[in-house]
Design a protein around this ligand. Structure first.
Ligand code: ADP
Ligand code: MG
Length: 298
């Protein structure tokens, strides 16, 4: 598949604290693909989206969107000229505008009227158009923010933890709606999440970030089943780390048991040392259910 977004050797350090928020990051996103970006807090996920949206300037590296260089050492395309839209974690609807005004605010909105009408009915917000953001629920705000972003008909949709402000019951419904809308529109999406369940249900591929570096890129299911590091394993569900020296004769393995599934042994390519004690590691036992748990590991 043709790549729509190409990120090459992208780095960004914030001067204020000299933190390397992104460190030599490279990956590609094909047209129509949904890629999730997961990582612990501070791993550079939001920075990545801001760089693509043009809200931050990289120190080095290249970003190509739809065959057009939007960032390299000499080019910086202004945010409004980039064919992508960013949905923020707090939805960032304009509080002084009605939902209708919010939705029609975007630069391409006037020419996309019929598409916007379809989006409004698809997301079930037609009855809310005359209300202000504070007069609707979190889930409804999320849908309005999504319609506002899609109203521009962007080539690439960037979403920064769009589900994290929703309570768990609402979240499941909104997630289901989100998936069906994105699939229907065949949108290309980069979605940041810290929830493995989101990654497993929404995305085709997952980029795992740790301290600004890409540590694994694969299907979310493969990362769940074959994490290359303890870090990735822990991001993808409740995990018990068992020191390897407690399993006599074992080599460097992750052992994974999902309730009801067969026990499987998973090789880790880069065994790490047990912190403080020095033994090699490690088995991993995954547990289904509970917060952030796996769900796709069978
Ligand atoms: P994430 O979204 O994964 O939580 P961020 O991309 O927001 O991570 O941040 C990555 C790192 O860069 C963090 O250490 C954060 O404190 C730092 N950082 C983010 N934005 C700024 C900023 N505007 N100025 C200084 N440091 C920042
Ligand atoms: Mg963030």
């Amino acid at each position: 598949m043709k790549s729509l977004l190409s990120i090459s050797n992208l780095s960004k350090a914030y001067q204020a604290n000299n933190i390397h928020a992104l460190d030599d990051l490279s990956f590609e996103c094909a047209k129509g693909e949904v890629i999730s970006v997961v990582g612990s807090s501070g791993s550079g996920k939001s920075t990545l989206l801001k760089l693509i949206a043009g809200l931050e300037i990289p120190d080095s590296g290249k970003i190509i969107l739809n065959d057009k260089v939007i960032n390299n050492e000499s080019i910086f395309v202004q945010p409004e000229q980039r064919d992508c839209d960013l949905v923020f974690q707090d939805f960032s609807l304009f509080p002084n505008m009605t939902i209708n005004e919010n939705i029609h605010f975007g630069k391409n909105a006037p020419s996309n009227k019929s598409m916007i009408d379809e989006l409004i009915s698809l997301t079930n917000i037609s009855d809310l158009l005359s209300r202000y953001p504070h007069q609707i629920s979190g889930g409804q705000q999320q849908r309005a923010a999504l319609v506002r972003a899609l109203a521009n008909n962007p080539l690439l949709l960037l979403m920064d933890e769009p589900l994290s402000n929703l309570d768990s019951e609402l979240k499941e419904n909104v997630r289901r709606e989100l998936i069906s809308i994105l699939k229907k529109l065949e949108m290309t999406v980069l979605i940041v999440t810290h929830d493995a369940e989101d990654a497993l249900t929404i995305s085709d591929k997952t980029v795992v970030l740790k301290k600004g570096k890409l540590v694994q890129l694969d299907t979310p299911k493969n990362i769940y089943k074959y994490p290359k590091s303890e870090y990735a394993a822990r991001l993808f569900g409740k995990t018990n780390i068992v020191p390897l020296d407690m399993i006599p004769g074992a080599k460097h393995f992750f052992t994974q048991t999902s309730t009801g599934d067969d026990l499987s042994l998973i090789h880790i390519s880069e065994p790490t040392r047990r912190r403080g004690i020095g033994g090699s590691r490690v088995g991993v036992e995954k547990k289904r259910g509970g917060g952030g748990g796996g769900g796709g590991g069978g």
